[in-house]
Write a protein that binds this ligand. Sequence first.
Ligand SMILES: *Cc1c(COP(=O)(O)O)cnc(C)c1O
Length: 428
Amino acid sequence: MKRNKSLYERAKKMMPGGVNSPVRAFKNVGGTPLFIERGLGSKIWDCEGKRYIDYVLSWGPLILGHSHPQIIKAVKDSLEKGTSFGAPSEYEIKLAELIIKAFPSIEKIRMVNSGTEATMSAIRLARAYTKRDKIIKFEGCYHGHGDSFLIKAGSGALTFGSPSSPGITLGSAKDTLNADFNDIDSVKKLIRKNKGKIAAVIVEPIAGNMGCVIGDTDFLKELRDITANEEILLIFDEVMTGFRVSYGGAQRIFNIKPDLTMLGKIIGGGLPVGAYGGRRDIMSLISPEGPVYQAGTLSGNPIAMRAGYETLNIMRKDKDFYRKLEAKSRILGEGIKENIKKLNIPLNYAEFNSMSCLYFAKEKVKDFKSALKSDTKKFAAYFKNMLERGIYAAPSQFESVFLSSAHTEKDLEITIKANYESLKSIYF
Ligand SMILES: *Cc1c(COP(=O)(O)O)cnc(C)c1O
């Protein structure tokens, strides 16, 4: 038996679905997940020695590619001084300073260990600050696996056809209201119906967990106005977009100041980190300054802080970092769009800087409902075909494709060609 398959069989005996996070299991596309042995730059190698161009990048964090020499060096240096102290250390401050400088809306910040932890904590904080219980989120937006958020929530939940999860109490579910992404009237309606009861509106300004759906500028600006008028907190979940779409996240691009922001992924440089931050008066409610409890044995872990700091520092020092990344993104996008046109097939391609999604849907995807019109069977066939050609992308229609600074023009050329051949073999 091939090694990927034998490892998968072993894993399945002990771990649910053989994995530690659902979408990794290839369940929706079929086949055996790859067990990855190592990564370098834009490439990964599986346990059978096969090489792939990687567009998953650990689901977003690795914007510099795998095993960036400066990150490895920094991690090694930090590692040799010890792995964890459960006490303050200097790189927590250095990372916080870089983040706060990049995000003017963040005046104070708390580091946690994942995006999920950041969103759960931010909602607790928003409820404490406003003394209200309900939150509004958007169908198809993903905010981690906290109970409050697993109500009609993005890729993982979408892929497995369970819009909300068993095990979530009716009590939690009733406090989460779902609005339609890019539809301000749906938000106004919920606010009207629940006057004085909404603590926060939480949104991915560019939704990356139903593919890649860009928030309309007017929609986001109106969200800001309405929430301010109703004394509702506006929370931007920038776990994916933070330091991805620009150094100051989506909020810099849209020029909108949310009350709270969640970060994760890139700020950990490939190690487990999340963070939430925002207005000083709100953040000051967090323990030990205030009464809202939130803690973590490994929070602010010195190695993770160091990896995050080095990552941001590399990007910050290269004035052309995002311009170069966007140029690559454009080459990939143009190539794929050209292929679609040449083959005359009903697909559409969405992109925002180094995030993108090829939807197997005819019409432009603007929200959850239109994302669901995608042909996931065609996607599965495409995914497998690309994988055989050495292109590793997320095994779900509802995830973004990511680029890193390590991707070369040669990688893009190979990918565009593989895209053409794959689409041709599926459709003709
Ligand atoms: C990945 C992601 C999360 C969850 O982060 P984890 O580190 O996986 O818990 C939350 N929100 C968004 C927008 C994400 O992309």
